[in-house]
Ligand binder design. Structure first.
Ligand code: GH3
Ligand code: MG
Ligand code: MG
Length: 351
């Protein structure tokens, strides 16, 4: 098919039909990659697509297209001519599909009528739809819209997946990591600390007399207090440490590369950030609520016998001591590896 003949056909159909006008807005146009070695087709396609609101990237051959697709802003909608120099359209489809890209790119293959086998090969190589030259621009537009519907559906699914992943790892009240997530991070940090022969510390942080806050101000106010505590703790921690909600009014923090002395100062800082300022939230309860936390911490240079359970138990024992010694205080358990070894041996002999 000569370019002169096909360009005439394209031009004739450039004005969108009334039935399709405005429908592109329903499915948000995105960026499109147009790959065609024919300058006439390339320009026609680019002009139409820009008129319809798409951002257009153009390539003259398969390799140039492949380079564009390596960029961080690579279009996820593509119009690819089947016959291309250097790297043909079918091979380009195969390359695109050979890597598991998210989001999934949608490929509309342009073929010539007489290229039946190429069309089959193109669909087998991963094209989603095709259009035979010479084509009606309104048909092109409709086919792109159907591609956009699939991309937008995919976008919705990805967002939903992201939301579910967030929910699976976070506590809904405070937005902190939930118990499952923080324990998983502890396993990971423990393995890392072992590899690097670095110390690791954990803290169990418990709100003092929280039941009394619920009793005096109501459960809702108690929730607001927990949210405020979570915010303060997260704000006072280093960016590369972890804090999660371990249970009701109890939080678990993981502090890397920190020994017994280091964790004392750290825990003191957390204790102070709660005790120093009352929580004020007039929208939920009148006045101010003063509260304190007790913190039990354990730090250790980890031997092979150390487990997450041992470290948490050591911090828990220290917390018990902090409560017993008057609350609003920090107690440190020096988690001695020999104790861990002994505990393991005792457990093994008991079993
Ligand atoms: P202590 O100083 O010994 O830690 O005393 P406490 O009152 O803080 O501890 P206790 O374990 O007796 O009470 C904890 C209370 O926390 C009881 C429970 O109803 C409340 N709680 C647990 N989860 C939530 C929550 O999500 N929201 C609210 N408002 N309260 C909660
Ligand atoms: Mg408590
Ligand atoms: Mg408690």
């Amino acid at each position: 098919m000569s370019e002169r003949k096909t360009s005439k056909r394209l031009r004739m159909n450039q004005v969108p039909s009334e039935a399709t006008a405005g429908e592109d807005q329903a499915v948000q146009p995105t960026s499109v990659l147009v790959v065609d070695d024919s300058a006439v087709y390339r320009n026609m396609l680019a002009t139409c697509l820009r008129d319809w609101g798409y951002e257009v990237f153009v390539a003259e051959d398969g390799l140039q297209a492949w380079e564009i697709l390596q960029g961080s802003q690579a279009p996820s909608l593509m119009v690819i001519d089947c016959v291309l120099p250097r790297l043909d359209g079918i091979e380009l489809c195969r390359r695109v599909r050979s890597r598991p890209t998210v989001p999934y790119p949608y490929i509309l293959l342009i073929t010539a009528h007489e290229e039946k086998q190429k069309l089959i090969d193109g669909l087998t190589a991963g094209a989603d739809d095709y259009l035979a030259k010479p084509f009606d621009v309104n048909e092109l537009r409709a086919r792109l819209r159907s591609g956009m519907r699939i991309l937008s559906l995919q976008g919705q699914l990805l967002r939903k997946e992201e939301e579910l992943r967030f929910q699976a790892l976070h506590d809904p009240l405070t937005g902190l990591w939930n118990r499952g997530a923080i324990l998983e991070f502890l396993e990971r940090e423990l393995a890392r600390a072992r590899r690097g022969a670095e110390p690791l510390a954990v803290m169990v942080i418990d709100v003092d007399h929280f039941k009394a806050i619920n009793d005096a101000h109501g459960h809702q106010a108690g929730d607001v207090v927990l949210q405020a505590v979570a915010r303060r703790l997260a704000g006072a921690m280093r960016a590369y440490d972890w804090v999660g909600r371990y249970g009701g009014e109890e939080f678990l923090a993981i502090v890397s590369a920190t020994d017994t002395e280091g964790i004392r100062g750290y825990a003191e800082r957390l204790r102070a950030c709660i005790a120093e300022e009352p929580i004020v939230n007039p929208a939920n309860f009148p006045g101010k609520i003063r509260l304190t936390v007790s913190i039990g911490a354990a730090a250790a240079r980890l031997g092979p016998d150390f487990t997450c359970g041992f470290l948490i138990k050591a911090a828990d024992d220290a917390l018990y001591l902090a409560k017993k010694n008057g609350r609003n205080r920090v107690e440190i358990h020096s988690a001695d590896p020999s104790k861990a070894t002994r505990a393991r041996a005792e457990k093994a002999s008991a079993g």
